[in-house]
Write a protein that binds this ligand. Structure first.
Ligand code: URA
Length: 211
């Protein structure tokens, strides 16, 4: 978050405390724009994925995170629990975050697509198009300083095609007005353990982008 915004937020918090509202959670009240958007996603039927989902997976993390990670789509465990990266890919992501010295609690984690594609297939282009407005609104609300694009589907937001991660990983790019760094998806890292260090390196670089 920009310094001027942080200072304004601090001023508002001091004022609220002075007025006796110190117990109000002003960061993520459940009527916040982000939780209203989460409710809209929970009822979404814009594409066929709603027919087979157990839960939508909106995203998780502080509403004012400087660092955002964007994966592909929920898998089986995520669909069961309604939370991102809680299965095998999540365990791998946790290992990489630790290597990079990043606390999962400090970052916002979400996916391009909010419902599980059956059998964990890649989301189709029309499914991505139906869902992308939600991610754009999450970005506007959270306004992170840097985003990590995990794998080809997330990279396709910038390039328009779901390929090229090997060539593009680690290269800083723009997605909308945001600084984005693509890197390998944790599922790729599970299959290619030697890529783990590269992903940790990309995350460390992303950390350096935060002023
Ligand atoms: N893979 C993803 O891309 N996202 C998840 O949330 C889990 C697995």
């Amino acid at each position: 978050m920009e310094d001027s915004k942080k200072n304004k937020l601090k001023e508002i918090l001091v004022l609220l405390k002075y007025m006796g509202f110190e117990k109000i959670d002003v960061r993520s009240p459940n009527t916040s724009p982000l939780s209203n958007l989460e409710k809209a996603v929970a009822g979404c039927k814009k594409c066929r994925l709603h027919e087979t989902r157990t839960n939508t997976v909106f995203g998780e993390g502080p509403a004012n995170a400087d660092f955002m990670i964007i994966g592909e789509a929920p898998g089986e465990r995520e669909d069961e629990q309604g939370l991102p990266f809680v299965g095998a890919a999540g365990r791998e992501l946790d290992i990489i975050l630790e290597l990079a010295g990043i606390d999962r609690k400090d970052i916002y984690i979400t996916n391009v697509v909010k419902c599980r594609p059956p059998g964990n297939r890649n989301p189709d282009m029309d499914e991505i198009e139906s869902c992308i407005g939600y991610l754009k609104r999450q970005l506007e609300m959270i306004n992170p300083e840097v985003i990590i694009l995990l794998g080809n589907v997330a990279l396709s937001l910038v390039t328009g095609t779901a390929s090229g991660i090997t060539k593009m990983r680690g290269k800083k790019m723009k997605y909308l007005s945001y600084t984005a760094i693509p890197t390998f998806h944790p599922v790729y890292v599970i299959r290619n353990p030697r890529s783990r260090e590269l992903v940790a390196k990309d995350l460390k670089e992303a950390k350096r982008c935060i002023g």
